[in-house]
Design a protein around this ligand. Structure first.
Ligand SMILES: *Cc1c(COP(=O)(O)O)cnc(C)c1O
Length: 398
């Protein structure tokens, strides 16, 4: 470890709230799918800032759009219109087939807004229609409403009282959902593909059945695509893989390629539940963030771009399945689609992640023992081969 590293570690330890169990490198800059630390060591980035850097690092068009917008105007308040925000909203409406978009600054804010508008819509019909059903093992954010929506008790530990009205069911268990729903259900909120919880995809027919139950009980279907959206599944919205349409969809992470942003997109009837003053934000959807989003929203939905994600994702998944076949005592299952992939291990994955880091490959482990791959969407098959080779070497030594 260099003196440069030691200085940053010491400053961080003395000054930063210790909520992150960080890996011991100090990152400095990136290009494409590569990152460099302050000591000049190069890393292949197969985490992409947790599904954020969809266009990789230092993308010329993205950097140009941000630079140009920064010169013109970074921020101006939502009391006024901007071209960048109007364009981003129009594009999201066009891509989703829904009717209205709203911008915040993060995933949690996008979900918080979705929950608020759903409750406003539902309680206008029936004051008892407040129940929000979410899935166990889900992740929806860290604000009070979203950590309550998150169906993992440890995120709520010691933080109570949490907001009421949330109920949990097992993801992919349609019977349990059916038994839980009633006319008092306001919304069912699910990740289209569960990310943080360990990369779980919906069982065949599950989301269609959820859609039908929501229709039966006049409840809203809210899909959280903060991680699985923005092309990651091989379609722009992950729900496009399953032949359904939500009433509300939320986005964040990759939406502006690394600039903080979040969005919820709703159908018209739901949008009408909010009038002037019912919701707001100072920064959300400011021209800098929207200028960045407009680059992502034109590049990623291109058929050739999405086809690349499907192809390289299938290639990567096949490679992980080969590793599973070779090391069945270490890998029990490979899950996911497109470039949201997981390999479930028989033991905690942190040592493997650290060993990969030593060899210059950044990967991630979630839910304790699931290696999770959510790289920039521009990775190549050669880069996949490199990661598979490093992983194979590490697994051979376990
Ligand atoms: C990351 C994530 C969030 C929270 O996003 P933040 O920007 O960290 O608030 C919510 N839902 C899902 C599915 C996520 O992956």
């Amino acid at each position: 470890m260099s003196e440069l590293d030691e200085k940053v570690f010491a400053e961080d330890k003395a000054s930063y709230v210790p909520v992150f169990q960080r890996y011991h490198i100090v990152l400095d800059h990136g290009k494409g799918t590569y990152l460099w630390d302050v000591d000049g060591k190069k890393y292949l980035d197969f985490l992409g800032g947790i599904a954020v850097n969809v266009l990789g690092h230092d993308d010329p068009e993205l950097v140009w759009a941000i630079t140009e917008q920064a010169h013109k105007m970074i921020h101006c308040s939502n009391l006024y219109y901007t071209q960048a925000q109007a364009d981003a909203a129009a594009r999201l409406v066009e891509l989703s087939g829904l009717d209205k978009a709203f911008f915040g600054n993060s995933g949690a804010e996008a979900n918080e807004g979705a929950i608020k508008i759903a409750r406003k819509w539902a309680t206008a019909q029936n004051p008892d229609k407040v129940q929000i059903i979410t899935a166990r093992m889900s992740f929806h954010g860290r604000t009070y409403a979203t950590l309550t929506a998150t169906g993992q008790p440890h995120y709520q530990q010691g933080l109570g009282p949490v907001p009421g009205g949330f109920t949990y069911v097992d993801y992919n268990n349609i019977e349990e959902l059916e038994q839980t729903m009633s006319e008092n259900t306001c919304a069912v909120m699910l990740e289209t593909i569960q990310g943080e919880g360990g990369v779980y995809t919906p069982a065949p027919g599950y989301l269609q059945q959820v859609r039908a139950l929501c229709d039966k009980y006049h409840a809203l279907l809210i899909l959280d695509e903060i991680q699985a959206g923005i092309g990651r599944s091989g379609k722009f919205f992950a729900y496009e893989n399953y032949g359904i349409k939500p009433d509300i969809v939320t986005l964040a992470k990759g939406l502006a390629g690394g600039v903080p942003i979040g969005a919820f997109i709703v159908k018209e009837e739901v949008a009408q539940a909010f009038g002037p003053g019912d919701h707001g934000t100072t920064f959300g959807g400011n021209p800098l963030a929207c200028a960045a989003a407009n680059v992502v929203l034109h590049r990623v939905p291109e058929p050739a771009f999405l086809q690349h994600v499907q192809q390289v994702g299938a290639y990567f998944k096949a490679g992980l399945e080969k590793l599973q076949a070779k090391y069945p005592q270490l890998i029990t299952e490979v899950r996911g689609q497109g470039l949201i992939l997981g390999a479930e291990l028989t033991k905690p994955g942190r040592d493997i992640v650290n060993a990969a880091l030593d060899q210059g490959v950044i990967i991630n482990c979630t839910a304790g023992k699931v290696l999770r791959f959510i790289p920039p969407l521009i990775i190549t098959e050669e880069q996949v081969d490199e990661v598979l080779r490093v992983l194979g070497d590490i697994l051979a030594k376990q």
